[in-house]
Design a protein around this ligand. Sequence first.
Ligand code: NAP
Length: 473
Amino acid sequence: MAYKTVNPYNNELVKSYPDATSEEIEKALSTGHALYKQWRDEPIADRAKILHKIADLLRKNEDELAKIATIDMGKLLNESKGEVELCAIIADYYADNGEDLLKPTPISTQATGAAEILHQSTGVLMMVEPWNFPYYQIMRVFAPNFIVGNPMILKHASNTPGSAAAFEKIVKESGAPDGSLTNLFASYDQVSDIIADQRVQGVALTGSKRGGQSVAAVAGQNLKKNSMELGGSDAFVVLSDADLDTAVDLAWRVRIYNNGQVCTSNKRFIVADNLYDEFLAKLKDAFAKLKPGDPMDPSTTYAPMNSARAKAKLQGQIDKAIEGGAKVAFGNGPVDLPGQFIQPTILTDISKDNPEFYDELFGPVAQVFKVGSDQEAIDLANDSELGLGGIVLSGDPAHGRAVAAKIETGMVFVNSFLVSLPELPFGGVKGSGYGREMSQLGLNAFVNDKLVVTSQTPDWGNPAGGLAVFGGK
Ligand code: NAP
């Protein structure tokens, strides 16, 4: 059984889950496909009511859901609660705005008749999601596509099956029809078979480059539309006119939130030389104040990593970076607790030839760089194979925005935490993937933007009419 919850705080095996059977997969596909056809004839407003109900149930069950996520993957209980609330906000947003956002778009045309684009559902989608935000990652795909009318099959990470099952249960309890979201404890091969099935019209994956490459290859072979939300090595640029205390206060939070296991958690801190020494000293102080412990305990401020595998991978990367010349400014010591803890760590002096220079360090490790100018900061920020997000800090918002505009990523926030909200598009460029989730763009990711032109009668005389243009008259 590949799917199991192992509590990363105490390494206890909490529960194993049986693998998906061929019968379950066939049922998910046939139920989903039948639902797609049924939904085409039903008003969006009906689904909006159910989505509001899902938001209500999430809020009502927040404590229980938060515990499940924290036991699955170790994040602080308060962070889990915040994640559940964010899911409810996303559900409410699409329930309130989905119908309006999906209204037909009229086009002014030379053709005879009224031209418009209808935004229609396409069919069953496969979603493959990671463990780091075990509810929010599902909701980013679920809420918009539920409103659109695309039924979904979920393959969640093998270490967060409790959260996957809990999310599916909430959807069922809301009165959503069977097939709206079917969670399957599927293997990679089964995921490939599902993507290849003719009833499936698209696949959304959030995860690593490795996972993205494999799933995108299967989607490509089968000509299935796909969106890829992959890793990030986001820059946190502290310009020479930034307020230092604000910068540090934001820096430790963005790096430590969710134990640094966030695609948009800033991993590279690029600091103007006039602020560098003080920034580094204050960042060390902030990291030193963190208190590791049981993530269920409200007094804990520092959580374990999600799994033994993730800890081993990150420790290997730290070791490699140090062998490659990086200096440890803070951390990289043992944590005297049984769980999957890595001490918060600060690395400096990471040169371009360091084997970890281009790697994403997916955990509580800050890489700090010193730069002599805005241009140097921009060049370093852009010297990355990834292009997800970023933060720019400046005492002058216009200065910050000008620098932000030159950063080659999908999202940049100036003087602010990078927030994820349903009205804001989320996604990256370069190795961080393609497509956007949430906002109008995410809503349209798997719709059929169908052109319909309606004339009273054919107008053979119109030179811009189709037949005339093609010489068919
Ligand atoms: P991962 O190994 O790619 O896993 C993500 C999901 O993909 C899991 O459900 C995994 O299943 C599945 N998967 C992997 N290979 C597969 C294959 N060949 N066929 C079918 N499913 C496959 O990612 P991770 O390392 O756990 O997650 C962290 C990564 O996700 C980081 O790089 C992070 O930056 C990125 N991330 C990106 C975003 C974003 O929005 N851009 C958000 C969060 C995280 P198993 O668990 O069974 O292996």
